[in-house]
Design a protein around this ligand. Structure first.
Ligand SMILES: *Cc1c(COP(=O)(O)O)cnc(C)c1O
Length: 260
């Protein structure tokens, strides 16, 4: 076997692995929707590709996926730039491929908001007024520079355990933050996100999140997204109204190191 044949064989093997995992996962999501009495197309699967190379994202792209979730700014920014070359299309803009939507799902520092605003279709982890302000400024700059064409969709990350170190706005502060984002020119309030507290019953956490989402929708009917559920708890999240499950491990395999 030549070197390039060996590389091609590796790509084929990874493609087969990801295709198998993907179809199992889509069946899991469908089954969970059925069990919850919800339409299968009411829940989107967001592949989380953090810690995996852009080559894997390219394989998922060829398998038909167009949305990807990343949690670390530097890693994501590099992948966004690399993907167009890997799938054989020149980048049209800093947003990367025109038909791909990148989601920032991890904790975001204010000084990274400008960079993320170049490529992020949505940010799931907005949890403070200062971060929202920085993201709005970054998004406006990106709009003015022609680096993006629409507002950054914002999901407010809610803390369900009152542990500030894990991120998320306290439920008592949610309404005020939602008002701010809804009034920001370069942002669009899309919904809520949460990660269940470590060691907690995910069912109870997702039930609480659903209540907060209902309250938010009463004030902001357009904020329909509920980003909840990961590899281990997506059935419970779907039962409680998730519209977007963020799945890493069950699709990509184990990460080399785990992240917060
Ligand atoms: C890594 C990550 C996920 C995916 O978690 P898995 O358990 O690997 O499916 C989902 N959401 C966020 C915010 C993450 O950082």
């Amino acid at each position: 076997m030549t070197g390039s044949e060996a590389v091609a064989a590796q790509v084929d093997a990874r493609t087969a692995e990801l295709a198998t995992n993907l179809s199992a996962l889509l069946q899991r999501v469908d089954a969970a929707c059925l069990a919850a009495g919800r339409a299968p197309d009411s829940v989107r699967l967001l592949p989380v590709t953090k810690f995996f190379p852009a080559a894997d994202v390219a394989i998922l792209y060829r398998l038909g996926r167009r949305e990807f979730g990343e949690s670390r700014e530097q890693e994501a920014t590099a992948k966004v730039a690399e993907l167009p070359n890997l799938v054989g299309q020149g980048a049209e803009s800093d947003e990367g491929l025109p038909d791909v939507q990148w989601h920032m799902i991890g904790r975001l520092q204010r000084n990274k908001a400008r960079v993320v605003a170049r490529w992020a279709h949505a940010v799931h982890s907005v949890d403070s007024e200062r971060l929202a302000t920085a993201l709005d400024t970054g998004a406006q700059t990106a709009l003015d520079a022609g680096e993006r064409t629409g507002p950054v969709r914002v999901l407010l990350q809610v803390s369900l355990d009152d542990d500030p170190s894990r991120g998320g706005v306290a439920p008592a502060e949610l309404a005020r933050l939602a008002e701010q984002v809804a009034g920001s020119k370069a942002l669009r309030l899309s919904g809520l996100m949460a990660i269940p507290p470590l060691g907690a019953e995910s069912d109870a956490a997702f039930a609480r999140l659903a209540t907060l989402h209902t309250m938010l929708l009463a004030e902001h009917p357009g904020a329909t997204e509920l980003s909840a559920g990961m590899s281990g708890d997506l059935e419970s999240a779907i039962e409680h109204g998730s519209t977007c499950v963020r799945v890493g491990t069950a699709l990509m395999g184990a990460r080399p190191i785990t992240s917060a």
